[in-house]
Design a protein around this ligand. Structure first.
Ligand SMILES: NC(=O)c1ccc[n+]([C@@H]2O[C@H](COP(=O)([O-])OP(=O)(O)OC[C@H]3O[C@@H](n4cnc5c(N)ncnc54)[C@H](O)[C@@H]3O)[C@@H](O)[C@H]2O)c1
Length: 247
C-alpha cells in the first residue's frame, strides 16, 4: 500500500481507545490521515489528532458526531464503526439490559453514524465506511447469542448500505475478525478466573496460522478496505481469521 495515500483525508474512528481502535488510528495516520477518535473517556495514549468523548448509547451524540468530526477537520472521508461490546452467555443467562445495551452500541450506533455520515460523504463526492463485524456474525459461535445476533445485523447493514450508496461513490464494507488479542478477549478469561496469557497461548494452538490476531492484523485490513486499493469492493464481509473458522 502506498505511503501517504490518505494524505488530506479525515477518518472518524469509534472505540478509538480499544485494542483494535488504537491500531486503526496508528495505521491510518501512518498513511497520512487525520484521525478523529471517539470513546467513552479520554484517549489514553493521546494518539488521535482529535478525540471526542461521548457515549454511543446516546442517539443524539451519534447523530451529531460525523458533523462534529467534519467541523474539526473540514471533511470526512472514512468512517470506522469499530466500537463494540460483547455479552457472554446463553439466552437464559442474559437480561433485557444486556440486550438493549448490545443492540444500542453494536447496531444502533453504527446505523445512526452511517445515516449521518452518508450525506456528508455524498456531498464530497464519496468516501469509505468500514464496519468491524465478526466471524461470529457470519457463522454463530456457541453461547453468545446476543453478540452473534448484533454482529449479524451489522454485517447485513453493511451489505444493504454497500448496495444502496455505491452510486454516490460511497463504499461500505466490513472486516470480520475471529479472535483478536485485545481487552475484549482477555477480560473473557479474567471473568472465568483464568490467566489471560495462558488463555491466549491455548487459543493460539487452535489457529492454523499458529496465533490469534493482533490488533494490527485487523487494522491493516481495515486500512485496505478504506483505501483506493479496494475501490471495486462494496458490501464485502471480509473474514480475517488466520485459517480458523468458527467452530
Ligand atoms: N477482540 C476480538 O476478539 C474481536 C473479534 C471480532 C470482532 N471484534 C470487534 O472489534 C471491535 C473492537 O473491539 P476490541 O477487541 O478492540 O475491544 P475493546 O474492548 O478493546 O475496544 C472496544 C472500545 O469500544 C468502546 N466502547 C464500548 N462501549 C461504548 C460506548 N457506549 N460508547 C463509546 N465507546 C464505547 C470501549 O470503551 C472500547 O474502547 C468491536 O466491535 C468487537 O466486537 C473483536
Amino acid at each position: 500500500m502506498a505511503a501517504g495515500q490518505f494524505a488530506g483525508k479525515t477518518a472518524l474512528v469509534t472505540g478509538g481507545n480499544g485494542g483494535i481502535g488504537q491500531a486503526i488510528i496508528s495505521r491510518l495516520q501512518a498513511d497520512g490521515a487525520t484521525v478523529v477518535s471517539t470513546d467513552l473517556v479520554a484517549d489514553p495514549a493521546g494518539l488521535a489528532d482529535h478525540h471526542i468523548i461521548g457515549d454511543l448509547m446516546d442517539s443524539r451524540f451519534c447523530e451529531g458526531l460525523p458533523a462534529q468530526a467534519a467541523a474539526l477537520t473540514g471533511r470526512l472521508d472514512i468512517l470506522c464503526n469499530n466500537a463494540g461490546i460483547i455479552t457472554r452467555g446463553v439466552i437464559t443467562e442474559t437480561s433485557d439490559d444486556d440486550l438493549s445495551r448490545s443492540l444500542a452500541i453494536n447496531v444502533e450506533a453504527p446505523f445512526r453514524l452511517c445515516r449521518s455520515t452518508i450525506p456528508i460523504m455524498a456531498e464530497q463526492g464519496g468516501g469509505a465506511i468500514v464496519n468491524t463485524a465478526s466471524c461470529w456474525g457470519l457463522q454463530p459461535g456457541p453461547a453468545h447469542p446476543i453478540y452473534v445476533m448484533t454482529k449479524a445485523a451489522l454485517a447485513s447493514l453493511t451489505q444493504c448500505l454497500g448496495r444502496d450508496h455505491a452510486h454516490q461513490g460511497i463504499r461500505v464494507n466490513a472486516v470480520c475478525p475471529n479472535e483478536v488479542n485485545t481487552g475484549m478477549l482477555r477480560t473473557g478469561f479474567k471473568v472465568r478466573g483464568l490467566d489471560p496469557d495462558a488463555g491466549v497461548a491455548t487459543l493460539n494452538q487452535t489457529v492454523p496460522l499458529g496465533r490469534i490476531a493482533e490488533p494490527e492484523d485487523i487494522a491493516d485490513v481495515i486500512a485496505f478496505l478504506a483505501s483506493n486499493d479496494a475501490r471495486y469492493m462494496v458490501g464485502a464481509l471480509l473474514e480475517v481469521n488466520g485459517g480458523k473458522p468458527v467452530g
